[in-house]
Design a binder for this molecule. Sequence first.
Ligand SMILES: *[C@@H]1O[C@H](CO)[C@@H](O)[C@H](O)[C@H]1NC(C)=O
Ligand SMILES: *[C@@H]1O[C@H](CO)[C@@H](O)[C@H](O)[C@H]1NC(C)=O
Ligand SMILES: *[C@@H]1O[C@H](CO)[C@@H](O)[C@H](O)[C@H]1NC(C)=O
Ligand SMILES: *[C@@H]1O[C@H](CO)[C@@H](O)[C@H](O)[C@H]1NC(C)=O
Length: 419
Amino acid sequence: MMVSYRLYWTLWMLLCFEQYFSQDLQIPEPPNKEEGDSVVFTPDNPPPSTSILITQWFFTTATIIIVVSGVPTVNPAYEGRISFDSNTFALELQNLRQSDSGIYRLSVTTSAGETLTGETSLQVEKLSVRLIGPEEPLIEGKSSANITSKGNGIITSVQWMKDNSPLSPSNSIIFSPDFRSVSISPVQRSDSGEYQCTYTNPVSSETAKLSLIINYGPEDVSIKGLGEVNSGAPVSLSCSANSVPSASFRWMFNGTDTGVTTDTYTIDKTDLTHSGDYNCTAWNSVTNRSASQRHALLVKAGGGGGGLSTGAIVGIVIGVLVAVAAICGLIVYLIKTKKMPKITLPKNGRSSGAAQRRQEPDLNYADISHFQKGSGERVILGNRSEPSTEYAEVKRSGTKSTAPPPPYGSQVSNPPLRR
Ligand SMILES: *[C@@H]1O[C@H](CO)[C@@H](O)[C@H](O)[C@H]1NC(C)=O
Ligand SMILES: *[C@@H]1O[C@H](CO)[C@@H](O)[C@H](O)[C@H]1NC(C)=O
Ligand SMILES: *[C@@H]1O[C@H](CO)[C@@H](O)[C@H](O)[C@H]1NC(C)=O
Ligand SMILES: *[C@@H]1O[C@H](CO)[C@@H](O)[C@H](O)[C@H]1NC(C)=O
C-alpha cells in the first residue's frame, strides 16, 4: 500500500514537472459534447507554421495524425472523420462517440529541433433518450396524452413505435414538427400499450419505452345465474363488466342494498322470499362511471330436498299405487294364461274392474316390446277406442301374416295411462 502510494506521488510530481516545463501550447478545453457531435481543438498560441518539421496529434497514447514535412499520415481508425489545418494546427474530430472521451495531445517539432506540446481533454456524453408521459390517469374519450422524448445526442432520426409496430399519425395521433413528441387526443382504449421512441445518429441509437393505460368502462354488465330454482336449492349469481381498472360491484335486491360487494351473490339455501329483482351495479373508481344490470330470480315451491308441494305428493302416491296395481295385474294375467308365448288379452268384461283395465295397455306394451326383441314376433294392436275388440294381440312367429303390420308407432300413440 505504501509503495503504490509513493509511486502515485512520484508520478504526480513528474506530471506536474513535465507540464510546467513542456506544456508550451495552450489548447482550450471544449465544452462537453454529445455523441454524433464534432469538435475542433485549436491551440491558442501556434508557432509559425513555416518553421515546423513534424506535427503530431495523439489521443492518449495513440497517434491520430502525423504530418512530416507537410505529408500527413492518418491512423486508419480515424480515416474519414478528422480534418487537420496545417496553418493553425487545429484538429477537427467528427461523429464523436463516447469512447472519444479522454486526453488529446499536440506535439510540434520545429526545424530547430525544439518540441512544443500541449494537451486538452474532451468529454462526450452518450446518446440518451427518455420519455415523459402523462401523470394523470387517462380516461377514454375524455383525456389527451402527450408523450415527449428528451435526451442527449446529435439526433439524425427519431422513430416512434407502439407495441413493436410503427406509430403512424392519424386524426387523434399528432406528432410535433421536430418529431420529438406525440399527442394523442382524445385517448381510446386501443391507445393502451407500450410506446417506444428511438433516437438515432450515425454513431449509435437509443430507445426509451413508456406504457400507457387507458381507463374505461364499466360496460357490458352481465349477470350469469339461474333464473328459476326450486326452493331449498343454492343460487349463485355472478356479475361481470368490461372495465379498466376492474369494476367493483354492489348488489341490490328489490331496490334495497344488500351490502354484498363481491362479484358473486350467493344464496346457500333459497326460500320463497328470495324471489325478486337482483340488480348488480358495477363501478369504476378511476372513470367514476357505473353501469348496472338486472336479473329476475323465481324461487318455486317444491322440488329438491325439503319442500314438496301437495300436488307433487298426490302425484307420487297415485303413481306408486298405479305401479303396484300394474305389477299385480301382470302376475295374475301370466298365471291365468300359463302359456307364455301366446298371449291373448281378455275381452271386455273378463277384467275384474275398471282400474285394472286401465293398466292393461301398459302391460301389453311391455309384453310386446319384450317379445319383439326376443323372437321377432309380430305385433298387432287393435283399436282401443272400441272396447269390444281385442286391442292387442301377439302371435307366434312362423305363422306369417300376409297383411303387413300397421305402423307400430302410430298404434301406440295413445299414452299407456289414461286419466
Ligand atoms: C399536449 O400538447 C399539446 C401541444 O403540444 C398541448 O396543446 C396540450 O395541452 C398538451 N396536452 C397535455 C395533456 O399536456
Ligand atoms: C321482491 O319483488 C318481487 C317482485 O316484485 C316480489 O314478488 C317479492 O315478494 C319481493 N320480495 C321481497 C322480499 O320484497
Ligand atoms: C363521481 O361521480 C359522482 C356522481 O356520479 C360525483 O358525485 C362525484 O363527485 C364524482 N367523483 C369524482 C372524484 O369525480
Ligand atoms: C340498478 O340500481 C341502480 C340504483 O338504484 C339504478 O340506478 C339502476 O337503474 C338499476 N339498474 C337496472 C338495470 O335496473
